[in-house]
Write a protein that binds this ligand. Structure first.
Ligand code: FE
Length: 205
């Protein structure tokens, strides 16, 4: 089994004007593809062949000797999750069970939005901002470089790529504007809500 580049869930220009087709083209077609290709090169002929991306991430996370495989497998997974974390004509406030839970765990949606924005803007260097389910509570976390909450026993609900390759063509150094547009125009709460419902279901089962 080799890992495959998942299909982009929308057209290259679907996120315009917030994220340009030029950005998505290079981010998906070059960066994401390179992580998948490199992960495949690194598993060839090893014990990791025929294991899922999630399994490889879990198995390699604590081990320095597998740092490169972890980085590429985690980035392959993170990017697949990121594309699904955005949708054209999305963003703003969610509804349903995840909305109730955000209001409970963050006091209000506005407080969640402020906290997510602060975490994403303040994160130093490359990495990711996440909404996760951790110990039964919704939390915001930022991870450095390729690191991913699924390597730390947390359930990812929504991901935002903070690497400059995600926004530099469109926003240059204005990460705060990218973060605001992600939250207000792109965040796919249907996807996050489905991830939340699945996690709750699994916990109960
Ligand atoms: Fe990226």
């Amino acid at each position: 089994m080799t890992f495959e580049l998942p299909k982009l869930p929308y057209a290259l220009d679907a996120l315009e004007p917030h994220i340009s087709a030029a950005t998505v083209k290079v981010h998906y077609g070059k960066h994401h593809r390179a992580y998948v290709d490199k992960a495949n090169q690194l598993i060839a002929g090893t014990e990791f062949e025929r294991r899922s991306l999630e399994d490889v991430i879990a198995a390699t996370a604590p081990q320095k000797k597998y740092q490169s495989l972890f980085n590429n497998a985690a980035q392959a997974w993170n990017h697949g999750f990121y594309w699904n974390s955005m949708s054209p004509d999305a963003g703003g406030e969610p509804d349903g069970a995840i909305a109730d839970r955000l209001a409970t765990d963050f006091k209000s949606f506005g407080a969640f939005r402020d906290a997510f924005k602060a975490a994403a803007v303040d994160h130093f260097g490359s990495g990711w901002a996440w909404l996760v389910l951790d110990g039964g509570r919704l939390k915001i976390t930022a991870t450095a470089n390729a690191d991913t909450p699924i390597a730390h026993g947390k359930t990812a609900l929504l991901a935002m790529d903070l690497w400059e390759h995600a926004y530099y063509l469109d926003y240059q150094n204005q990460r705060p504007s990218y973060v605001e547009n992600f939250l207000d125009k792109l965040a796919n709460w249907d996807f996050a809500g489905r991830n939340y419902a699945l996690a709750i279901e699994r916990k109960v089962a």
